[in-house]
Write a new protein. Sequence first.
Length: 310
Amino acid sequence: MASVSRDTGAVAARRRPFWTNRRKEAAIGIAFAAPEFLGIVLLGVFPLFFSLYLSFTEWNLVGGLKAIRFVGLDNYAALFHDKTFYLTLKNNLIYSVITVPVSMFIGFVFAVLIHSKVYLRDYFKVVFFIPYIATTVAVATVFSALFHPSSGPVNNLLMSLGIADPPRWLGSTDYALWAIIIVAVWQGIGYNIVIYLAGLTTIPEDLYEAAEIDGASWLQRFYRITLPMLGPTTFFLSITAIVASFKVFDLVAFLTEGGPNNSTNVLVYYIFEEGFQNFRMGYASALSWMLFLIIAVVTAVTWKAQKKQF
């Protein structure tokens, strides 16, 4: 009997189909995930590690893969003696230090006003958000006309106010970066408004009512309830804004191309110049990893400051 049962079990095992329901579900899941996985590997992981390898090489892009030559740490050594790198880093820091807090502050003020005092809130959300979703080419074209040194509306207004020699804006080494900062702040306010409005709607009204019953003034309610409750929102906006400010490229490319005299050149545009105009892919990769380290350090410092504050 035991041998008969063993034979029966062996026959049943041989007849069991390979494509069981569990295996079919697993295969379908893998099939759906495979394109995304391959996209991440080919467009994300591989370029990341390939750029790290290239940062230790000298490669003229025109020469093909055979022209890659290993040079060790020469690119990083050259980077620390590159005056243009320090100039672009300085421009990037000025851009970040001004655009991030200014756009966040203005967005916060408008969000509070829209949330508490203004009718047609949804209308104003859309109006303020349009510049953020507008294409950079369109924004750059409009502001190129606005900042035109002789016939632009901005300088015409300044001359009508009595300023005989207004700035040349995008054509001036002293004012070109400020013009880009103005455009960036204007374009980013709408995003900050929408995110802050979302944060304000999550604050329970019971807290304000209880504080008002206890005799707290509007200013006290603002400092004791609104600001602390918006801490996570502020932290989210600060991190994303800092990272975005170090990746600024499109405004510089369309408005000034890094000029005049590198006065508006920033790190990402400098990487583009070295890699795709001067064909120094190894040096451009070293610059990219230096930018990555800068962003990582700034993010870590902001994270620790947020944990201490909130």
